[in-house]
Ligand binder design. Structure first.
Ligand code: NI
Length: 176
């Protein structure tokens, strides 16, 4: 069991570009993926990028739980190594609520592409490419941003749609 300590906003690693993973199948990468999976499960999050656990490498883990799945498309917990995101621009952007384990207690409405092509390697080191929509597309954009030193507040366009979870639960949902 290893729950990793999560870096919070203000830590310089969260503002740095992470390095490519040379060998996705290396034992230390597998150990890192296992620990990140344990950490995100413990924190009840949907995505976690390596820089958030103080490792400046281009990989993240994510899932789409049934409760957040659109059209019944839940996705199991999976690792994405050296991800590349290409927006499907004709599908446009939408605002949606996001939180981040590195910015605890807060959430904001952030514009993201509705549809993206995601390529990279899985944890077996195999190259893949898939097209993701809606919440899944949002999660992988948020996580890939972490690998480039970008946090969701840097993507915001309307700071009125930024607040503490407790207050937004009470007052804020009608803003969207
Ligand atoms: Ni985050």
């Amino acid at each position: 069991m290893s729950i990793l300590k999560i870096a919070r906003m203000g830590h310089p690693l969260l503002l740095a570009r992470a390095d490519e993973v040379d060998d996705a199948t290396a034992p230390e990468i597998q150990t890192l993926i296992d620990a990140m999976t344990e950490t995100i499960t413990d924190a009840n999050g949907v995505g976690l990028a390596a820089p958030q656990v103080h490792v400046p490498l281009r990989l993240f883990v994510f899932h789409v739980p049934v409760s957040r799945a659109e059209n019944g498309k839940a996705l199991p917990m999976q690792a994405v190594i050296n991800p590349l995101i290409t927006p499907v621009e004709e599908a446009g952007k939408a605002l949606g609520w996001e939180g981040c384990l590195s910015i605890p207690g807060l959430r904001a409405a952030v514009p993201r592409w509705n549809r993206v092509r995601l390529s990279g390697q899985n944890e077996q080191g195999q190259a893949f490419e898939e097209t993701l929509s809606g919440f899944a597309a949002r999660v992988v954009q948020h996580e890939t941003d972490h690998l480039n030193g970008v946090l969701y507040p840097m993507r915001m366009e309307d700071f009125r749609l930024f607040g503490y979870n407790e207050e937004l639960d009470r007052y804020g949902q009608e803003l969207l």
